[in-house]
Unconditional design. Structure first.
Length: 116
């Protein structure tokens, strides 16, 4: 069973934008909010060249990396064809307008990567 860490309110994430969540180790996590108010979380690190996905353009349920315009699916972290690769995805819970992330994932996923 997941242990949830409350991060922010949904309204704290810009519509079709992102908010960065710093961690004690490893790169930050990017929270994304789509136009239809879905919230997703990916490592703020493009699988191509490590670009900051939080600075990309959110459209539909995807984000365009600001460095080389790779399209990354917010729901699965997968790069869209013809590109290949996958951004690390984090489990999100939204309850009563509060956004929470799985505390175990925050402390373990991709923590050995250099922080940007």
């Amino acid at each position: 069973m997941a242990s949830w860490k409350t991060i922010c309110r949904v309204d704290d994430i810009p519509v079709q934008g992102a908010r960065r969540v710093a961690r004690a180790q490893g790169p930050a996590v990017a929270l994304f909010r789509t136009a239809d108010d879905h919230v997703f979380a990916l490592l703020d690190h493009c699988p191509h060249k490590g670009g900051p996905l939080s600075q990309g353009i959110v459209f539909g349920h995807s984000v365009a990396c600001p460095l080389h315009n790779w399209t990354i699916g917010l729901d699965d972290g997968q790069a869209r064809a013809p590109d290949q690769g996958c951004a690390v995805r984090f489990t999100v819970q939204v309850e009563d307008g509060q956004v929470s992330l799985d505390a175990d994932e925050l402390s373990t996923l991709a923590t050995r990567m250099a922080a940007a």
